[in-house]
Design a protein around this ligand. Structure first.
Ligand code: AMP
Length: 214
């Protein structure tokens, strides 16, 4: 099964993708995860991607498309995939059409996780990440027992740069300008399945399973 997940930053695409791949037996292909790994390894591609990621901007299409083309050549991608965070522009969507047709396959579902901007801003700006163990508390939905201290390990909690309101608003602007037009693009192929992303992770998971009949 070939699936794309589309949604604004913080909609829970990564979490849902991880839950779907276990059930479907296909790999998750996350361009964000691949770029973060390349940044960590300090590869030339990682260095280039970092310049854009730090600003909350999109990595240039040719770089992203090259990375995905290479990933599709691995044997596990023959079984299908859950693409999370790609495509993000019309150019990328057109390139993906070409890659799929070269592979003799096509998309089955484009799952759109819908969440209003203000809801996302509240969800993300309230997150407090632990410097010690990486656990994420939320000041409203999962408040630590003691302010600024992680319940799990006693480490210091902090607000990540990419969870600051200005950065989130920038990424949302990018999403509305560049990525959400893809919903109309895929509408023509009748593969778009919209899901309410304001529900709990479990309920979103059930709604996706129902939408894709899996
Ligand atoms: P994500 O974890 O999917 O939010 O991705 C983190 C960052 O990686 C994004 O803010 C972009 O800078 C970059 N990135 C990931 N996927 C893409 C893509 N398909 N096109 C352009 N940039 C991307």
């Amino acid at each position: 099964m070939n699936i794309i997940l589309i949604g604004p930053p913080g909609a829970g695409k990564g979490t849902q993708a991880k839950r779907m791949i276990d059930r479907l037996g296909v790999p998750q292909i996350s361009t964000g995860d691949m770029f973060r790994a390349a940044v960590k390894e300090g590869t030339p591609m990682g260095k280039k991607a970092k310049e854009y990621m730090d600003k909350g901007a999109l990595v240039p299409d040719d770089v992203v498309i090259g990375v995905v083309r290479e990933r599709f050549q691995k044997p596990d991608a023959k079984k299908g995939f859950v693409l999370d965070g790609f495509p993000r522009t019309l150019e990328q969507a057109k390139a993906l059409d070409g890659l799929l047709s070269d592979m003799g396959t096509k998309l089955d579902h484009v799952v759109v996780i819908e969440v209003p901007d203000d809801f996302l801003v509240e969800r993300l700006t309230g997150r407090r990440t632990c410097k010690g163990c990486g656990y994420m508390h939320h000041v409203k939905f999962d408040a630590p027992k003691k302010d600024g201290v992680c319940d799990k390990c006693g480490g210091d909690l902090y607000l990540r740069d990419d969870d600051k309101e200005a950065t989130i608003r920038d990424r949302l602007t990018t999403y509305h300008g560049q990525t959400s037009p893809l919903i109309e693009y895929y509408g023509k192929a009748n593969v778009v399945r919209k899901v309410d992303g304001t529900m709990s992770m479990e309920d979103v998971q059930k709604a996706i399973a129902k939408a894709i009949g899996a």
